[in-house]
Design a protein around this ligand. Structure first.
Ligand code: GAL
Ligand code: CA
Length: 343
Protein backbone atom coordinates (compact mmCIF):
# COMPACT_ATOMS: atom_id res chain seq x y z
CA UNK A 1 0.00 0.00 0.00
CA UNK A 2 2.71 2.36 1.11
CA UNK A 3 4.82 1.54 -1.90
CA UNK A 4 1.82 1.94 -4.15
CA UNK A 5 1.12 5.37 -2.57
CA UNK A 6 4.69 6.48 -3.17
CA UNK A 7 4.50 5.23 -6.71
CA UNK A 8 1.28 7.19 -7.36
CA UNK A 9 2.80 10.31 -5.83
CA UNK A 10 5.88 9.94 -8.00
CA UNK A 11 3.77 9.51 -11.12
CA UNK A 12 1.67 12.56 -10.24
CA UNK A 13 4.85 14.56 -9.65
CA UNK A 14 6.24 13.50 -13.01
CA UNK A 15 2.99 14.40 -14.70
CA UNK A 16 3.04 17.81 -13.04
CA UNK A 17 6.61 18.38 -14.16
CA UNK A 18 5.68 17.32 -17.68
CA UNK A 19 2.66 19.59 -17.61
CA UNK A 20 4.77 22.55 -16.50
CA UNK A 21 7.42 21.86 -19.11
CA UNK A 22 4.70 21.50 -21.70
CA UNK A 23 3.07 24.77 -20.74
CA UNK A 24 6.41 26.50 -20.75
CA UNK A 25 7.15 25.21 -24.22
CA UNK A 26 3.76 26.20 -25.48
CA UNK A 27 4.15 29.73 -24.20
CA UNK A 28 7.50 30.35 -25.85
CA UNK A 29 6.52 28.43 -28.97
CA UNK A 30 5.92 30.65 -31.98
CA UNK A 31 2.73 30.19 -34.00
CA UNK A 32 3.63 28.33 -37.17
CA UNK A 33 0.44 29.27 -38.93
CA UNK A 34 0.71 32.68 -40.52
CA UNK A 35 -2.53 34.57 -40.91
CA UNK A 36 -1.92 37.69 -42.94
CA UNK A 37 -4.34 40.58 -43.12
CA UNK A 38 -3.73 42.89 -46.07
CA UNK A 39 -5.43 46.30 -46.00
CA UNK A 40 -5.31 48.39 -49.19
CA UNK A 41 -6.14 52.06 -49.64
CA UNK A 42 -7.83 51.55 -53.00
CA UNK A 43 -7.53 48.57 -55.28
CA UNK A 44 -8.82 50.48 -58.29
CA UNK A 45 -5.42 52.24 -58.29
CA UNK A 46 -3.63 50.50 -61.16
CA UNK A 47 -0.15 50.17 -59.68
CA UNK A 48 -1.53 49.19 -56.29
CA UNK A 49 -3.76 46.54 -57.86
CA UNK A 50 -0.74 45.04 -59.61
CA UNK A 51 1.32 45.19 -56.41
CA UNK A 52 -1.40 43.35 -54.47
CA UNK A 53 -1.51 40.62 -57.16
CA UNK A 54 2.25 40.20 -56.75
CA UNK A 55 1.82 40.03 -52.99
CA UNK A 56 -0.81 37.28 -53.23
CA UNK A 57 1.47 35.35 -55.57
CA UNK A 58 4.36 35.81 -53.14
CA UNK A 59 2.34 34.35 -50.28
CA UNK A 60 1.35 31.42 -52.51
CA UNK A 61 5.01 30.74 -53.23
CA UNK A 62 5.84 30.85 -49.52
CA UNK A 63 3.02 28.40 -48.94
CA UNK A 64 4.45 26.09 -51.62
CA UNK A 65 7.74 26.19 -49.71
CA UNK A 66 5.95 24.55 -46.77
CA UNK A 67 4.82 27.45 -44.60
CA UNK A 68 1.16 27.42 -43.66
CA UNK A 69 -0.31 30.77 -44.69
CA UNK A 70 -3.77 32.24 -45.08
CA UNK A 71 -4.23 35.68 -46.61
CA UNK A 72 -7.21 38.01 -46.24
CA UNK A 73 -7.33 41.15 -48.36
CA UNK A 74 -9.53 44.18 -47.68
CA UNK A 75 -10.03 47.26 -49.86
CA UNK A 76 -10.83 50.55 -48.10
CA UNK A 77 -11.87 52.25 -51.37
CA UNK A 78 -10.31 55.52 -50.23
CA UNK A 79 -11.78 55.81 -46.71
CA UNK A 80 -9.53 55.76 -43.62
CA UNK A 81 -12.59 55.13 -41.42
CA UNK A 82 -13.39 52.00 -43.45
CA UNK A 83 -9.79 50.87 -43.23
CA UNK A 84 -9.71 51.27 -39.42
CA UNK A 85 -12.81 49.04 -39.22
CA UNK A 86 -11.30 46.51 -41.61
CA UNK A 87 -8.13 46.29 -39.52
CA UNK A 88 -10.23 45.72 -36.39
CA UNK A 89 -12.09 42.93 -38.21
CA UNK A 90 -8.83 41.36 -39.45
CA UNK A 91 -7.46 41.32 -35.90
CA UNK A 92 -10.73 39.79 -34.64
CA UNK A 93 -10.28 37.08 -37.26
CA UNK A 94 -6.95 36.22 -35.59
CA UNK A 95 -4.51 37.69 -38.10
CA UNK A 96 -1.06 37.51 -36.59
CA UNK A 97 0.55 39.98 -39.00
CA UNK A 98 -0.87 42.96 -40.91
CA UNK A 99 0.24 44.49 -44.20
CA UNK A 100 -1.21 47.99 -44.33
CA UNK A 101 -1.35 50.36 -47.28
CA UNK A 102 -2.73 53.38 -45.41
CA UNK A 103 -5.45 55.54 -46.91
CA UNK A 104 -4.22 58.60 -45.04
CA UNK A 105 -0.51 58.20 -44.43
CA UNK A 106 -0.65 60.89 -41.74
CA UNK A 107 -3.35 59.11 -39.74
CA UNK A 108 -2.23 55.62 -38.67
CA UNK A 109 -2.69 56.04 -34.89
CA UNK A 110 -5.91 54.07 -34.54
CA UNK A 111 -4.46 51.15 -36.51
CA UNK A 112 -1.21 51.24 -34.55
CA UNK A 113 -3.10 51.22 -31.22
CA UNK A 114 -5.25 48.27 -32.30
CA UNK A 115 -2.23 46.29 -33.46
CA UNK A 116 -0.15 47.04 -30.37
CA UNK A 117 -3.00 46.14 -27.99
CA UNK A 118 -3.20 42.74 -29.72
CA UNK A 119 0.53 42.34 -30.34
CA UNK A 120 0.13 42.07 -34.13
CA UNK A 121 3.13 43.45 -36.06
CA UNK A 122 2.39 45.84 -38.97
CA UNK A 123 4.21 46.06 -42.26
CA UNK A 124 3.16 49.34 -43.87
CA UNK A 125 3.75 49.46 -47.60
CA UNK A 126 3.68 51.89 -50.55
CA UNK A 127 2.26 54.80 -48.51
CA UNK A 128 4.91 55.71 -45.98
CA UNK A 129 3.80 56.85 -42.52
CA UNK A 130 5.63 59.85 -41.09
CA UNK A 131 8.75 59.03 -39.07
CA UNK A 132 7.23 59.93 -35.66
CA UNK A 133 4.41 57.46 -36.19
CA UNK A 134 6.87 54.73 -37.15
CA UNK A 135 8.50 55.29 -33.74
CA UNK A 136 5.26 54.56 -31.84
CA UNK A 137 6.04 50.83 -31.49
CA UNK A 138 8.95 48.51 -32.24
CA UNK A 139 6.88 46.11 -34.34
CA UNK A 140 6.18 48.62 -37.11
CA UNK A 141 7.94 48.24 -40.47
CA UNK A 142 7.80 49.88 -43.88
CA UNK A 143 8.44 48.45 -47.36
CA UNK A 144 8.53 50.79 -50.34
CA UNK A 145 10.81 52.78 -52.60
CA UNK A 146 12.48 56.18 -52.46
CA UNK A 147 10.43 58.87 -54.19
CA UNK A 148 13.49 61.05 -54.80
CA UNK A 149 15.21 58.31 -56.78
CA UNK A 150 12.21 57.89 -59.11
CA UNK A 151 12.05 61.64 -59.76
CA UNK A 152 15.77 61.82 -60.47
CA UNK A 153 15.54 58.93 -62.90
CA UNK A 154 12.56 60.49 -64.67
CA UNK A 155 14.51 63.77 -64.94
CA UNK A 156 17.54 61.96 -66.37
CA UNK A 157 15.41 60.09 -68.90
CA UNK A 158 13.75 63.34 -69.96
CA UNK A 159 17.13 65.12 -70.25
CA UNK A 160 18.41 62.26 -72.43
CA UNK A 161 15.34 62.54 -74.65
CA UNK A 162 15.87 66.29 -75.09
CA UNK A 163 19.57 65.82 -75.85
CA UNK A 164 18.83 63.00 -78.29
CA UNK A 165 16.16 64.72 -80.33
CA UNK A 166 16.23 68.38 -81.36
CA UNK A 167 12.54 68.09 -82.32
CA UNK A 168 11.58 67.97 -78.65
CA UNK A 169 11.94 71.75 -78.59
CA UNK A 170 9.12 72.09 -81.06
CA UNK A 171 9.07 75.90 -81.29
CA UNK A 172 12.89 76.11 -81.30
CA UNK A 173 13.08 78.73 -78.59
CA UNK A 174 15.82 76.89 -76.70
CA UNK A 175 13.48 76.00 -73.83
CA UNK A 176 11.23 73.06 -73.13
CA UNK A 177 7.65 74.12 -72.36
CA UNK A 178 6.32 71.52 -69.94
CA UNK A 179 3.40 70.57 -67.72
CA UNK A 180 3.26 68.27 -64.70
CA UNK A 181 0.52 65.83 -63.74
CA UNK A 182 0.67 65.21 -60.04
CA UNK A 183 -0.46 62.38 -57.76
CA UNK A 184 -2.40 62.82 -54.53
CA UNK A 185 -1.48 65.87 -52.50
CA UNK A 186 0.33 64.79 -49.34
CA UNK A 187 1.62 61.50 -50.82
CA UNK A 188 5.38 61.02 -50.47
CA UNK A 189 5.60 60.09 -54.16
CA UNK A 190 3.86 63.20 -55.57
CA UNK A 191 5.66 66.42 -54.58
CA UNK A 192 9.08 64.76 -54.26
CA UNK A 193 8.89 63.13 -57.70
CA UNK A 194 7.94 66.43 -59.33
CA UNK A 195 10.65 68.43 -57.56
CA UNK A 196 13.44 65.98 -58.16
CA UNK A 197 12.51 65.41 -61.82
CA UNK A 198 12.50 69.15 -62.54
CA UNK A 199 15.69 69.78 -60.50
CA UNK A 200 17.47 66.97 -62.34
CA UNK A 201 16.46 68.33 -65.76
CA UNK A 202 17.77 71.75 -64.75
CA UNK A 203 21.01 70.32 -63.36
CA UNK A 204 21.53 68.59 -66.72
CA UNK A 205 21.41 72.02 -68.38
CA UNK A 206 17.92 71.76 -69.90
CA UNK A 207 16.25 75.18 -70.03
CA UNK A 208 12.64 74.80 -68.91
CA UNK A 209 9.46 76.79 -68.94
CA UNK A 210 6.62 75.51 -66.78
CA UNK A 211 3.26 76.19 -68.39
CA UNK A 212 1.08 74.57 -65.76
CA UNK A 213 0.25 71.58 -63.64
CA UNK A 214 -2.75 69.56 -62.55
CA UNK A 215 -3.49 67.20 -59.68
CA UNK A 216 -4.96 63.93 -60.96
CA UNK A 217 -4.59 61.62 -57.92
CA UNK A 218 -2.74 58.84 -59.81
CA UNK A 219 -5.81 58.34 -61.98
CA UNK A 220 -6.00 58.03 -65.76
CA UNK A 221 -9.46 59.56 -66.23
CA UNK A 222 -8.70 62.50 -63.94
CA UNK A 223 -5.44 63.05 -65.80
CA UNK A 224 -7.26 63.13 -69.12
CA UNK A 225 -9.54 65.78 -67.70
CA UNK A 226 -6.72 67.92 -66.30
CA UNK A 227 -4.80 67.57 -69.55
CA UNK A 228 -7.78 68.70 -71.63
CA UNK A 229 -7.98 71.81 -69.44
CA UNK A 230 -4.25 72.47 -69.87
CA UNK A 231 -4.60 71.99 -73.61
CA UNK A 232 -7.40 74.50 -73.83
CA UNK A 233 -5.12 77.00 -72.09
CA UNK A 234 -1.97 76.15 -74.05
CA UNK A 235 -2.99 74.63 -77.36
CA UNK A 236 0.00 73.38 -79.35
CA UNK A 237 2.48 74.86 -76.86
CA UNK A 238 3.24 71.91 -74.58
CA UNK A 239 6.48 70.08 -75.48
CA UNK A 240 6.83 67.75 -72.52
CA UNK A 241 4.48 66.06 -70.04
CA UNK A 242 6.00 64.86 -66.77
CA UNK A 243 3.53 62.59 -65.01
CA UNK A 244 4.05 61.30 -61.46
CA UNK A 245 2.90 57.86 -62.66
CA UNK A 246 2.11 55.88 -65.80
CA UNK A 247 -1.67 55.96 -65.40
CA UNK A 248 -1.60 59.76 -65.55
CA UNK A 249 0.83 59.79 -68.53
CA UNK A 250 -1.65 57.54 -70.34
CA UNK A 251 -4.53 59.83 -69.34
CA UNK A 252 -2.63 62.76 -70.86
CA UNK A 253 -2.24 60.83 -74.11
CA UNK A 254 -5.99 60.06 -74.02
CA UNK A 255 -6.64 63.83 -73.91
CA UNK A 256 -4.61 64.46 -77.07
CA UNK A 257 -6.43 61.62 -78.81
CA UNK A 258 -9.80 62.95 -77.71
CA UNK A 259 -8.92 66.39 -79.09
CA UNK A 260 -7.75 64.81 -82.37
CA UNK A 261 -4.15 65.95 -82.21
CA UNK A 262 -2.07 64.29 -84.91
CA UNK A 263 0.82 62.02 -84.00
CA UNK A 264 3.28 64.64 -85.23
CA UNK A 265 1.85 67.29 -82.92
CA UNK A 266 2.34 65.31 -79.71
CA UNK A 267 4.76 66.25 -76.92
CA UNK A 268 7.00 63.68 -75.17
CA UNK A 269 5.41 61.90 -72.21
CA UNK A 270 7.16 60.43 -69.17
CA UNK A 271 5.66 58.20 -66.50
CA UNK A 272 6.72 56.21 -63.43
CA UNK A 273 5.74 52.65 -62.31
CA UNK A 274 6.14 50.39 -65.34
CA UNK A 275 2.60 49.05 -65.01
CA UNK A 276 1.46 46.60 -67.68
CA UNK A 277 -0.17 49.41 -69.67
CA UNK A 278 2.81 51.69 -69.04
CA UNK A 279 5.33 49.17 -70.39
CA UNK A 280 3.06 48.50 -73.37
CA UNK A 281 3.02 52.24 -74.11
CA UNK A 282 6.83 52.35 -74.00
CA UNK A 283 6.98 49.43 -76.45
CA UNK A 284 4.58 51.25 -78.76
CA UNK A 285 6.62 54.45 -78.46
CA UNK A 286 3.68 56.40 -76.99
CA UNK A 287 5.38 57.03 -73.65
CA UNK A 288 9.04 58.00 -74.15
CA UNK A 289 10.22 56.32 -70.94
CA UNK A 290 9.13 55.24 -67.48
CA UNK A 291 10.73 54.30 -64.17
CA UNK A 292 10.15 50.80 -62.82
CA UNK A 293 8.55 50.68 -59.37
CA UNK A 294 9.69 47.20 -58.32
CA UNK A 295 6.42 45.59 -57.26
CA UNK A 296 7.88 42.07 -57.38
CA UNK A 297 10.78 43.10 -55.11
CA UNK A 298 8.42 44.92 -52.75
CA UNK A 299 6.05 41.95 -52.60
CA UNK A 300 8.94 39.61 -51.86
CA UNK A 301 10.23 41.84 -49.06
CA UNK A 302 6.74 42.15 -47.53
CA UNK A 303 6.22 38.36 -47.71
CA UNK A 304 9.55 37.47 -46.14
CA UNK A 305 9.16 40.14 -43.48
CA UNK A 306 5.65 38.90 -42.63
CA UNK A 307 6.99 35.38 -42.06
CA UNK A 308 9.92 36.69 -40.03
CA UNK A 309 7.71 38.96 -37.93
CA UNK A 310 5.47 36.03 -36.93
CA UNK A 311 8.03 33.26 -36.52
CA UNK A 312 10.99 35.38 -35.40
CA UNK A 313 13.11 33.54 -37.97
CA UNK A 314 14.97 35.31 -40.77
CA UNK A 315 14.81 38.80 -39.25
CA UNK A 316 18.63 39.06 -39.47
CA UNK A 317 18.50 38.58 -43.24
CA UNK A 318 16.24 41.58 -43.82
CA UNK A 319 17.91 44.52 -45.56
CA UNK A 320 16.69 47.12 -43.09
CA UNK A 321 17.57 50.77 -43.13
CA UNK A 322 17.12 52.41 -39.74
CA UNK A 323 16.00 49.06 -38.32
CA UNK A 324 12.51 49.09 -39.78
CA UNK A 325 12.57 50.34 -43.37
CA UNK A 326 13.13 48.31 -46.56
CA UNK A 327 13.46 50.30 -49.79
CA UNK A 328 13.63 48.62 -53.21
CA UNK A 329 15.51 50.49 -55.95
CA UNK A 330 13.76 51.97 -59.00
CA UNK A 331 15.04 51.28 -62.52
CA UNK A 332 14.94 53.30 -65.75
CA UNK A 333 12.85 51.83 -68.57
CA UNK A 334 13.28 52.86 -72.21
CA UNK A 335 12.37 51.18 -75.47
CA UNK A 336 15.85 49.58 -75.41
CA UNK A 337 15.35 47.58 -72.19
CA UNK A 338 11.56 47.53 -71.75
CA UNK A 339 11.24 43.84 -72.64
CA UNK A 340 13.34 42.87 -69.61
CA UNK A 341 10.47 44.10 -67.43
CA UNK A 342 7.72 42.00 -68.97
CA UNK A 343 6.92 39.07 -66.72
C1 GAL B 1 2.86 55.15 -56.01
C2 GAL B 1 2.60 54.76 -57.46
C3 GAL B 1 1.27 55.35 -57.89
C4 GAL B 1 0.17 54.98 -56.92
C5 GAL B 1 0.56 55.29 -55.50
C6 GAL B 1 -0.48 54.81 -54.52
O1 GAL B 1 4.06 54.57 -55.57
O2 GAL B 1 3.62 55.27 -58.26
O3 GAL B 1 0.95 54.91 -59.18
O4 GAL B 1 -0.08 53.60 -57.04
O5 GAL B 1 1.82 54.72 -55.18
O6 GAL B 1 -0.11 55.00 -53.21
CA1 CA C 1 10.37 75.22 -76.72
Amino acid sequence: MKIKGCFTAAISFCMLVLLFCGCGRQQSEVPEKIQVGVACYNQSDVFLGELVSCLKQQFEELEDSGIEITVMVRDAAGSQRTQDDQVRELIDMNCNVLCVNLVDRADPSEIIDLARDNDVPIIFFNREPVAEDMMQWEKLYYVGAKAQQSGEMQGELAADAVAGDAQTDRNRDGKIQYVVLEGEPGHQDAIIRTESAVDTLKSKGVALEKLGSGIANWDRAQAQNRMQQLLSQYPNQIEMVLANNDAMALGAIDAYKKLNYTEAALPVFFGIDGTEAGLEAVIEGKVAATVYNDKEGQAQAIGNLAVAAVTGRGMDEMAFENEKYIYLPYQKVTEENVREFLY
